[in-house]
Structures are given as structure tokens and as C-alpha cells.
Ligand binder design. Sequence first.
Ligand code: C2E
Ligand code: CA
Ligand code: CA
Length: 607
Amino acid sequence: VTDPAHPAALDVAPFVRAWTRAVNGTCHVPMTRAEKSEFLRGLAERLAVALVAEPFDATAGYWVATDLVAADFDAPEALGRTIAVVNDRFLTDLGLAETDPHRSGQPNLRARLTDLVQAFATGFARARHDRTFDAQEEIRVAALTARFAAERELRASEARFRYAATHDALTQLPNRALFTQRLDELVAGPPPGARFGVCFIGLDGFQAVKNSLGPYVGDNVLTVVAERLRGFAAESGHLVARLGGDEFAVLVAETTCLDDAVKVADRVAALLDEPIRRGGLELPISARVGVVEQPATGTDTVDVLRAADMTLHWVKADGKARWMVFDPERNAREVARYRLSAAMPTALNRGEFTLAYQPLVNLGDGTLAGLEALARWRHPDHGLLGPEEFVGLAEDTGLIVPLGISLLEEACRQAAGWLAAPNSAPQPLPAAHPPYVSVNLAVRQLRNPGLVGEVAAVLDRTGLVPHRLQLEITESAVIDPATDGDPVSTLQALADLGIRIAIDDFGTGYSNLGYLPTLPIHGIKLARYFLAGTRGRAVAEPTADAFLANLVSLGHTLGLTVTAEGVETATHARRLRAAGCDVGQGWYFGRPELADRIANRVSGPWT
Ligand code: C2E
Ligand code: CA
Ligand code: CA
């Protein structure tokens, strides 16, 4: 080969060394230096061939650049340095610098190289652009795929979540939320005349089983119950839900009358009466059902649920009935009681509670022995309320403890003032001794460990001498085994303070007389019915009188003062005197009166 411009004669090695040096390190290319060098040699040869080829075609530069970029030499530095090294060295290194551009018949290699470089630059830019475009496209597709996957996952988890939010985890029955939602739908815009029913189901004996055999058995029972109810739901088409704990519910859509709902209650109770057996035991579990059935129009979900819940409470408390139907009147009474009970703490703070006093008269000489303090509530809306209407509620809520102490303090303060009060009675017949005040003490108060200290403090503050205070307690307060604490030693401590203790309504509680001699008491108050005969059928008066006399002598044997309640007539008073009774209390001697009316009469005659 003699033509120096013939491709076969060209040695690209020096240029390739320079090129490799120039671009090395400009880009991250996954090749060794030797591999790079080998790769660039291929490209350099293609450039060399293109440079001298006839006819000349600059597009080779374009494709060389394309391949360069494809091999990851795609950084702008790689382009810049390649152009520099090609311009500076290509012709020299290949031994072509000496060609004379002006000699005719010889190609102008410098001009050709310029064109090649231009094409190279264009190719490089184009390839880079395509690359990034491809990369972006790839990213876009990947992002889209990821989003679809995420959305699919989200939909699946939403469904799972919805299921979990509307179903009970243990039994897989619909839960309270779903039940309420269905009920909402049912009462929102029902067709005219539509009625529906709700049955609340509670398991009798469940707590006992759970407590004695453990929560695992408890869960087991619930699962069995749920299974039976699920079967019922499938056969009847009614919605059955677990509301929580051992409470389930059936929504009876489209009833025609109460009977449709009652039938469901009956069926459910029968289903759950089937014995549940476990490990050779037959678990004593049965169902109680509260039934509500009513028109769908003009009703409110919350009211329906409350009514059903209330009815279930009633059945459970009843103990015998398997199902019960909601009774709006009973509900109204209970709501009123609830309102009253909720208003009590405020009423206590506002000083709405006060006392009426009823005389306790010595039957022998008609003088005043004492006065019983009886609670009253000056209710802003309902007027003066008697204790039957609120003392029980106060015992239930525990308010009786502060209320009782507050009333005790009022009674002691007023009693301490009686002696100082002017006597306006026309013909005074003074009490043989200063009258005592007799205050009722609730069971709950006797259980309060702070009682003795509080009573002592009240006496201290009011200045009443202890023997002018009598506390009345019921038999059950002392001997009821359910009463915790030690009521007898509490009584002893009170007696040790010098306070009188009387058993109230004697004979209405336990007829166990054995405990009587052991108690630190001063008196008994015979319940009203001993005068009337017995509580039920009337008893011949001679029998009643003999019985009375024996009761009185029983009290006297133990050294107790005997007081009779319910003395309504002169005959009553005469019979009591004949029986040897010490003190009488009743309308015959005087009705309970508020403090301002009683104060003037305290040292007057009571016959
Ligand atoms: P109790 O201790 O047996 O009080 C006697 C009740 O019989 C009083 O009713 C009194 O008004 C009524 N009564 C009096 N004389 C006659 C009569 O001749 N005939 C008839 N039929 N009834 C008569 P009240 O004031 O309604 O008190 C009812 C019950 O409330 C009391 O029965 C007592 O157990 C309880 N109670 C009253 N005040 C208090 C109190 O401050 N604390 C506590 N814990 N209970 C109280
Ligand atoms: Ca009493
Ligand atoms: Ca009584």
C-alpha cells in the first residue's frame, strides 16, 4: 500500500491512546481501561475510514457519536474533550497533516474533519436527547405501573378495612356500626305505613361462665351463639349483629305488627336455649330479648337503640321472662327518675334539701320525747318532694353519703337551737327532758368508713350534746351479710360517743331476733303494720294487741325504749299504752312539719 491516505495504511493507535486519556473519567462507563481503549479504537478506525473515503460522507461522525453515547460516554465533557482531541491530534497522529489542500486531486482532509466533527456533535446531542427521553419514558411507565399497583392495593385494603370496620372480629357477624347504619337507612324516608322491629339479645349466665371457665371458653360460647344466629339470619333474611360483649341484635325489617317481632324474639330465645356443651359440661346459658316494634316514620335511630337497650335491661332484671316489649310509660318514669337523680348533686349544692320534723311523744304523760327529722327536697319545678321520691336514688348513686351528713348537720344545728327558741304555745307542757332529734341513717352511710369521724365533727360544730341525737338504722343495715365493713363496731363507736341508736321499721326486715341482744342499741321502732294487724290480711284486734304487748316486753327485756310508728287515732294511742309501749309517732300526735313551724312548739304539749 503506497497511498498514505488508504485506510489500511492508517495507524490509529497513537490517537486512540490520546482519546482514551482524554475521555477517561468523564463518565461512568462499566469497562476497564483496556476495554475502553479497544472500544474507542473501533470508533477511531471508522472515523479514519470515513475521512478518506470517496465519496466523502460526514454522517459517519453522527453514527460514531451515537455508539459512543450508547456505550455510556454520554457526559458533555466526553463530547468536549473528544472534539478537542480530534481537532488537535487526529490528522497529526494518523500522519495526514502533511497533505496539501491546494493540490488538485487531493481531498481537503481538514475541511472533511470539520464536517465529521460537526456530524459527531449533532449525533452526540441527538443520542443524548434520545437517551434521556427514553429514560424519562421508562420512569413514566414505571411510575404508572406503580400507581396502578398502589391503587389496586388500596382498593383491596379499603375493602378489607370496610369489612373490619363493619364486622365483629371474633364472630364475623355485622357489628354495631353496620347495624346502626342499616337502622339509619330504614328510618330515613320509609314507605308510608312501614313498621319495623328491633330485638336486643343478652346472654343470661354468660359472665358467670366466663368468670369461672375463662375468657377462652367465653369466646367459644359467643362463637357458638353467633353461629346459631347466623343460621337464623340466613333462614329469615333479617340482619343479625353482635353489638359487643354478650349482646346481639336482630333488625326485623317490614313487620306488620308487634307479633312479628315477638315471634323473632321467641325463635331466637328458643335457638339459644339449646344447651351449649363443652368438655362434658352443659353451660347454663340462655337468652333474654328486649323487643321494640314501631312505625318507621318519625323515629330516630338513637331512640330505637336506647329503647331496645332499656328493654333488655328490664328483661334481665326481671329474671324470669325470656323476652319483654318496650313500655313507653315505664320508660318515661325511669327517665324522670334518672333526671331527678342527675339533678341531685346540684340541688345539694344549692341547698334545696331540707328537713321536716315529726314529734315522738311519751305515751305515759304526753310530753315530747324527741322529733324525727325527715328529708324533703324543695324542687324548683316539682315542689316539695318526699323521701320516697329521692332517697332511694341517692342511695343508688352514693349521693346519700354527702346528703346524709348535710341533713344530719342541719338537724343537729336546729335541735341545738330549740331550747333557746321562745315558747309561743298557749299552755306549755314542757318536755320531761330536752327533746332529742332522731335522724335516719342509710345503709350506704353506715358502710362509709369516715362516718364516725364525720358525726363527731358535726356534733362538735353544732354544739349538740350527743345524747340528744338518735340515729335510726334499718335491721338490714346491721345484719345483711352483703353489707361490707363491720357495721356493728361502727354502731358501737357511735354509741360510745353517747349517741342513741334505734332500729327503724323493726319487724319488716329479717325476722331473726337472735342478733338483737348483741347490738349496741337503745331502742326499736315498731313498723306501722303492727298497729294495723298484719301487712296483708287483717288480724283480730285481741290477737294484734297480744302480739304488740309481747313485742314491747321483748324490747323491755333487752332494756330498749319501744316506739310505735303510724299512730293515727286515739284508739291506736290507747292500745299502745295498754301494751306498755313507751313512745308514739304518727298523725294523731302531729304530721311532719318544716323547721320554722316546729320550733315554736318544741316545748308544748303533744297530746
Ligand atoms: P320512716 O323512717 O319510717 O319515717 C316515717 C314515715 O312515715 C315518714 O314518711 C312519715 O311522714 C310517715 N308517717 C308518720 N306518721 C304517719 C302516720 O300516722 N301514718 C302514716 N301512714 N304515715 C306516717 P316520709 O317522711 O315520707 O319518709 C319516708 C321514709 O324515708 C322514712 O321512713 C325513712 O325511711 C326515709 N327517710 C326520710 N328521711 C330520711 C333521711 O334523712 N335519710 C334517710 N336515709 N332516709 C330518710
Ligand atoms: Ca325513721
Ligand atoms: Ca320507720
